[in-house]
Write a protein that binds this ligand. Structure first.
Ligand SMILES: [Zn+2]
Length: 149
């Protein structure tokens, strides 16, 4: 299961400001890296093709320690290398929301979440080998809601 990505380097799939700041070793194992690449090929690579310009991963793989530090859910798909958070430089919140809407109807995913926290906006996308739920949600003001298209 060796996947070559057209638009993303391995480092982009796991580097983390928080891990760096707290000296947490978030480097993936060979197996995790293969899974990250595979997940990326089903998610952010497709997003990149749709958007047509740079897509920046703000959170990819999280080791357990990093996930705890960030306050992520203990069952986070980031820990399983099944999710990415990303933003698009130069996109306003409404442009990002439009993209989210487009992605929600054109991609396969487990969860697609439009997130807004502390003045920042990003999109979370997760993908599993099977039983993807096509669950589109918004996370604003600290709560999740179903996204009504
Ligand atoms: Zn996420």
């Amino acid at each position: 299961m060796k996947v070559d990505l057209k638009h993303f380097k391995d480092l982009e799939l796991w580097r983390s400001n928080t891990a760096t700041a707290f000296k947490i070793d978030n480097k993936p194992t060979r197996k995790e890296l293969n899974k990250l690449r595979f997940t990326a090929s089903k998610t952010i690579e497709l997003v990149r093709e749709i958007v047509g310009c740079a897509v920046v991963v703000t959170s990819g793989k999280r080791c357990k320690e990093l996930n705890r530090k960030i306050g992520g859910s203990s069952t986070s798909s980031h820990v399983r290398c099944e999710a990415f958070d990303f933003m698009v430089p130069g996109f306003s919140p409404s442009m990002l929301k439009s993209l989210f809407k487009q992605l929600s109807t054109s991609l396969e995913y487990d969860q697609l979440i439009f997130e807004h926290h502390n003045g920042a906006y990003w999109i979370h996308i997760s993908w599993k080998e099977e039983d993807n739920r096509q669950q589109a949600l918004t996370y604003e003001g600290g709560r999740y809601e179903n996204f009504e298209n």
